[in-house]
Design a protein around this ligand. Structure first.
Ligand SMILES: Nc1ncnc2c1ncn2[C@@H]1O[C@H](COP(=O)(O)OP(=O)(O)OP(=O)(O)O)[C@@H](O)[C@H]1O
Length: 242
């Protein structure tokens, strides 16, 4: 399969502060692409550049072989980019079902009836179907994270961006989340997954990239990346100089 995404030499940041420095990488269609890196290395900023909330000062981003570098964020969403937020942001006073429905209507522009069918499928896939009538504000953390994923896939993305969906979960819950990501992959989604928990990345990703100072320092087989000297030094703080 071809690439669903290519970052080509992206420089980007906030105002005059440059965070991404000549960032290049590509994601193959149908894969789970993990992203790790120390705090402040630019992982969320990469998502911001991809979603169009910040604009690169140079380089190009290709999504599904289309140059989207100057495409407005709402158009990118309709083109098939869906994201979760680090801190779940559901509409607390709406039911689980309504939260996914809103995402499906606004993200795809389809009728409420069609979006309603899609929302039910999404709730079944994410394990929330039995809880569809609950107010989202009443959900425990794992289910709030599931809902965050459900709202993102409610927009029918071709590429799903997961931002630390395992953060704050217990070990058993992390395993549930890993299973969900596998199910999503098997359903056909391409996924970029930013996460701090390295074990999660080992078991669930096809390719892994480590970022530092706004650049890709290594990318490849997850086990090789995690065991590489550069990652041991940079990310885990292990000094390999001895
Ligand atoms: N809105 C902003 N304005 C200015 N600087 C920002 C803004 N958002 C992030 N930064 C800075 O950009 C740098 C990269 O931050 P970013 O959140 O992309 O890193 P990260 O790798 O996602 O970190 P973490 O793992 O802690 O989430 C940091 O130095 C951060 O302080």
């Amino acid at each position: 399969m071809g690439n669903i995404l290519e970052f080509r030499h992206i420089d980007a940041g906030y105002g005059r502060i440059q965070i991404l420095n000549d960032l290049s990488f590509s994601v193959e269609e149908g894969q789970v692409f993990g992203v790790i890196g120390p705090n402040g290395s630019g992982k969320s900023t990469m998502f911001n550049a991809l979603l169009g909330t910040i604009r690169p000062t140079s380089g190009a981003i290709y999504f599904d072989n289309i140059d989207i570098t100057r495409t407005p964020p709402h158009v990118r969403c309709r083109m098939g980019l869906g994201r979760t937020f680090q801190i779940p942001k559901p509409f607390e006073n709406m039911s689980v079902y309504e939260n996914v429905l809103v995402a499906a209507v606004h993200g795809t522009g389809q009728s409420e009836k069609k979006a309603g069918h899609a929302a039910i499928d999404v709730l079944k896939l994410t394990g929330l179907y039995e809880k569809r009538e609950m107010l989202s504000g009443e959900l425990p953390l794992l289910d709030r994270k599931r809902l965050e994923v459900a709202r993102a896939i409610g927009t029918s993305p071709k590429l799903l961006l997961l931002d630390e969906v395992a953060a704050g979960l217990t070990d058993a819950e992390v395993k549930d989340m890993m299973r969900l990501v596998k199910d999503l992959k098997n359903t056909g989604y391409s996924i970029i997954w930013i996460e701090h928990i390295i074990q999660t990345m080992l078991g669930s990703t096809d390719q892994l990239m480590c970022m530092a100072e706004g650049q890709c320092v290594i990318t490849g087989d997850p086990e090789e990346v995690i065991n590489s000297k550069i990652v041991q030094t940079l990310y885990l703080g292990v000094d390999d100089s001895e």
